[in-house]
Design a protein around this ligand. Structure first.
Ligand SMILES: N[C@@H](CCC(=O)N[C@@H](CS)C(=O)NCC(=O)O)C(=O)O
Length: 224
């Protein structure tokens, strides 16, 4: 199987981390999204959304990090995507929540406008309002995560065992950690992120984004 990817991409890290931890051999094909390779005809024919990741398994192509994680887990019959109806529904619920609540407001609404030039808003007023709004919304979701999703009996987001939902969520929050968020008001979130960072492949998979964060470390950042 082949994964079209970019190492600095938050959406690529979950399948990369899961594949590394589960010893799933993947051929990696770099798509340089910083130079616009995703818009060139060669990649457009692979994914007309112009986005990575894309998984290729023979003549089957799959986009969306969440769907790719589920496919990889099922392909190897992984207990990290349980078969039991309710357990699986819980994993799906958490993954949808990460994609549609946390990622949208924590990354796209709060961090990315601060760290990626092309997402900076057009005036300082709009930028400040965007970041403030994103921060407030992120705090809401982090509190839900801290108080209701994680905690005693829930070392991971679906209970006491790691699932593919943890891979998705940890990559999304990992960007914050790397850019200076301490999450100190959310001790359960900190402890969970610590458990995820202890995975043996974590550092390698996060090398590129850690390097990027290092390059902007003197830039002022609003954090949580
Ligand atoms: N919903 C997609 C989002 C993928 C995505 O946003 N990929 C970004 C990198 S993290 C990308 O390829 N961006 C290129 C661009 O916007 O031109 C998923 O979960 O896989």
């Amino acid at each position: 199987m082949k994964l079209y990817y970019h190492p600095a991409s938050t959406s690529c890290r979950p399948p990369m981390l899961f594949a590394a931890e589960a010893n799933i051999p993947l051929e990696y094909e770099l798509v340089d999204i910083f130079t616009g390779e995703q818009y060139k005809p060669a990649f457009e024919s692979v994914n007309p959304n112009h986005l990575v990741p894309v998984l290729e398994d023979g003549d089957f192509r799959l986009t969306e990090a969440s769907a790719i994680l589920k496919y990889l887990a099922d392909k190897i019959d992984s207990p990290q995507y349980p078969k039991d109806l309710k357990e699986r529904a819980r994993v799906n619920e958490r993954m949808d929540w990460f994609n549609t609540q946390l990622n949208r407001e924590f990354n796209y609404g709060f961090l990315y406008p601060q760290i990626f030039g092309f997402l900076k808003r057009s005036s300082p007023e709009v930028q400040d309002a965007t970041v403030q709004w994103g921060k407030e919304r992120s705090q809401k979701w982090l509190k839900v995560m801290n108080d209701h999703i994680l905690g005693p009996g829930n070392n991971y987001v679906c209970g006491d065992r790691i699932t593919i939902a943890d891979y998705l969520g940890a990559a999304m929050l990992g960007v914050g950690e790397i850019t200076g968020c301490k999450f100190s008001d959310y001790p359960n979130v900190c402890a969970w992120l610590g458990r995820m960072k202890a995975l043996s492949s974590w550092s390698k998979v996060h090398e590129a984004i850690t390097g990027y964060a290092q390059s902007i470390k003197d830039q002022p950042m609003v954090t949580v």
